[in-house]
Design a protein around this ligand. Structure first.
Ligand code: FES
Length: 106
């Protein structure tokens, strides 16, 4: 089974939990600050990618055969930068995620 990432065919395995795992295996850089910090609730929104024309989160989306994924496009890169900045600002104020998520991080 395959997916397309930035126009390149990438094989997916049954054990791939989500797209961020596939990207990491393929050495495709997608920032994932909350996921890397052990959170599984997708609270930082920094890993945004485009899948079949819709913005999704790489840490919270399972790969499915035939998906067409865009990672490295200027608008997505800019969006990720903005969200990382917001995440860092919130973290500096004592919370790594928006308090409105009610996930107990504040
Ligand atoms: S890494 Fe935070 S939402 Fe995906």
């Amino acid at each position: 089974m395959h997916i397309m990432i930035d126009g390149n065919e990438v094989e997916i395995n049954k054990g791939d939990e989500n797209i961020i795992d596939v990207a990491a295996r393929e050495r495709i850089g997608i920032p994932a600050p909350c996921y890397n910090a052990g959170r599984k609730d997708g609270c930082c929104n920094a890993c945004v990618i485009e899948i079949d024309g819709e913005n999704k989160f790489a840490c919270a989306t399972k790969p499915q055969a035939g998906m067409n994924i865009i990672v490295n496009r200027e608008d997505l890169i800019q969006l990720r930068k903005e969200r990382i900045k917001e995440y860092q600002e919130n973290k500096n104020q004592g919370c790594g995620c928006e308090c409105s998520t009610n996930t107990g991080c504040c």
